[in-house]
Write a protein that binds this ligand. Structure first.
Ligand code: PMM
Length: 251
């Protein structure tokens, strides 16, 4: 199972408090993750925490592209966490290899064709709407069935746009238009997501449903969840701290 290390180059990320919001700090943190054995570094310039406002395309570019250019020199695999086709393209040209789109192609009509054209791996996450209104969208008949069928629609759209099957990865999008119980229901049924036949990524790291008043208090629970998922057949976990997860997987 792979460990994807989160590098949020944002001043307002809820999970790292914006500590890595400048170029030097981001590159430093990335090198720490490399030493800890990270498999993929996921670089994002737009916060998606519940209620977050969008950042401009120019701002997103300025945050992520210099960091990607610098880190590409190290040879590490890089994913770009963006909903914008233009940012995805610039990131791939700067040296990233994977597009991580939390909107599964819904936020930007050009995203899926861009990913197809660039012939890179594409992570389609389950998403129902932008962060500022996603809490009101957390309404399901059966969260597992509904998320699977909505992900299936995104897979079909990706295939129609020309992304090949071997390039598609899926993610149920914990915390995105989902309350705590929805997240736990998805985790309990993770085998059904694995059975869809595409590599599954899970991003639970330090999210609110793990309890605790602040993100740092959720670290032990996050590691325990990685351990639990380690036998589920998923492809990887997207996490803030790399070494504890690598250790948990080795155990
Ligand atoms: N969560 C966040 C951002 N990007 N990408 C994927 N594929 N899956 C996730 O669960 C996910 C994501 C929000 O968390 P953060 O603000 O801690 O990065």
């Amino acid at each position: 199972m792979i460990v994807m290390g989160i590098l949020n180059v944002t001043p307002d990320s809820f999970a790292d408090g914006g500590r890595h919001n400048d170029f030097e700090a981001a590159v430093h943190r990335a090198h720490e993750m490399l030493e800890e054995g990270v498999d993929i570094i996921d670089i994002g310039g737009e916060s998606t925490k519940p209620g977050a406002e969008r950042v401009s395309e120019a701002e997103e570019f300025d945050r992520v592209i210099p960091v990607i250019k610098e880190l590409a020199k190290s040879g590490v695999r890089i994913s770009i966490d963006t909903m914008r086709a233009s940012t995805a393209r610039a990131a791939i040209e700067a040296g990233a290899q994977i597009i991580n789109d939390v909107s599964g192609g819904l936020a930007d009509p050009k995203m899926l064709t861009t990913a197809a054209e660039l012939q890179v791996s594409y992570i389609a996450m389950h998403w129902r709407g932008h962060s500022k209104d996603m809490n009101s969208l957390a309404v399901y008949d059966d969260v597992v069935k509904d998320v699977i069928s909505e992900l299936q629609e995104r897979i079909s759209a990706a295939l129609d746009a020309g992304i090949t099957e071997d390039k598609i990865n899926i993610d149920p999008g914990l915390g995105f238009a989902k309350d705590a119980q929805h997240n736990w229901d998805i985790i309990d049924s993770i085998d059904q997501f694995v059975a869809m036949g595409y590599p599954v990524l899970i991003g639970a790291s330090r999210k609110r449903f793990l309890g605790g008043d602040n993100p740092d208090e959720r670290e032990a629970a996050t590691i325990r969840l990685t351990k639990r998922l380690s036998t589920s057949g998923i492809w990887g976990v997207r996490v803030h701290s790399v070494k504890p997860h690598k250790d948990a997987l080795k155990v």
